[in-house]
Design a protein around this ligand. Structure first.
Ligand code: FO1
Length: 327
């Protein structure tokens, strides 16, 4: 049996191969940080959702990529989960003084990331290259990869009409009922060579506890991504973002309900049916094991809530051990 956390097989020491994790924002970043702590340096690649990216004041903002990047670099704001620690908002105050509605809280240090990213993208670099450059300077030892280089924009159908993702999530505080999800630009998106390589060379693939509709959903919707994952014969394990019928963070529970999915760990497992072969649920949801097993998945029941840093690494090690049992 391979112990992913210690014997790193033939891939030990190579950058970005070994374990590949799919992640959205705050919840995904926590498990990614645990995996990074549990694995030898350079053995983790993370494919992050970029469908909640948008333009604001002329800058390209990539919230999920940045949340993962700051978390893995150890500089994330611990309270919010997004943004940078020890942040100030003086530029935002000035923007507000000019009469703009400063609804999206861009900190001064965070602004540097958006300014440089925008400049490099305009100069013709791919988002994959720009992200690698920023993450390297911040000291991220894992390979952080956007799901695609092309712009994709999650647009939500609500009773108030179509809303851009950040409009729904931040400006309107997730109060609208989500009746449909459209991923604008997804047909033109392509799996970057780096993502294809990260998945093909991975010895285990982990679906972080991120929103299955608007975080993992867009990653799986990039043309060719689902096939790459299903064709891979390595263990694929998802961690439930729903515990005790509620989302660990954000509006996933309400979104699942309004879109007609069952709001439970089993409901999320059903969305990954045919792709993952293992599913991790919290002890609160232990009774769902039979239903999830019926989907053809092995189930691991554990404490799946990450309250602090030791929790992240403990859960990551449990997930890695579960993967080794599935080989
Ligand atoms: N989330 C908020 O709830 N309010 C904000 O003002 C906000 C600002 C922000 C700035 C930079 C960044 O990278 C993320 C930011 N987020 C904010 C988080 C983010 O919009 C969401 O968590 C994700 O898009 C959902 O995954």
């Amino acid at each position: 049996m391979i112990d992913f956390a210690t014997d790193y097989g033939s891939y030990r020491g190579e950058v970005g191969v070994g374990v590949c994790a799919l992640a959205g924002g705050v919840g995904g970043a926590k498990l990614a940080a645990g995996l990074q702590a549990a694995l030898p340096p350079g053995n983790l690649s993370i494919v992050a959702n970029t469908a909640d990216d948008f333009d604001l004041w002329g800058l390209r903002i990539c919230p999920d990529l940045d949340t993962v990047m700051y978390t893995l670099a150890g500089v994330a704001n611990q309270e919010t989960g997004w943004g940078v620690e020890d942040e100030s908002f003086r530029a935002l105050a000035m923007i507000s003084a000019y009469g703009e509605d400063a609804w999206f809280k861009l900190g001064d240090k965070d602004l540097a990331t958006h300014v440089l990213r925008t400049q490099r993208l305009r100069a013709g670099a791919r988002l994959t290259e720009v992200t690698a450059g920023l993450a390297a300077v911040l000291g991220v030892e894992s390979t952080l990869l956007p799901m695609c280089d092309e712009p994709v924009a999650t647009t939500l159908k609500t009773p108030e009409g179509l809303l851009e993702f950040q409009e729904y999530f931040v400006r309107r505080g997730q109060r609208d009922e989500v009746l449909g999800v459209e991923l604008r630009g997804i047909e033109e998106a392509r799996v970057p060579a780096e993502v294809s390589e990260g998945i093909s060379r991975a010895e285990a693939i982990i679906f972080c506890p991120s929103n299955p509709v608007v975080s993992i959903g867009p990653i799986l919707a990039v043309p060719g991504m689902r096939e790459l994952l299903t064709n891979s014969s390595v263990p694929k394990v998802a961690v439930s973002p729903i515990v005790g019928g509620r989302a660990l963070k954000g509006p996933a529970d309400r979104m699942l309900r309004s879109l007609g999915h069952e709001v439970s760990a089993a409901g999320v497992a059903r969305m990954y049916e045919g792709i993952v072969d293992g599913f991790v649920v919290d002890r609160l949801d232990g009774e769902e094991e039979t239903g999830i097993s019926a989907l053809g998945m092995r189930v691991r029941t554990t404490d799946a809530v990450m309250r602090d840093e030791p929790d992240r690494e403990r859960l990551a090690r449990e997930v890695l051990n579960f993967c080794s049992e599935l080989v």
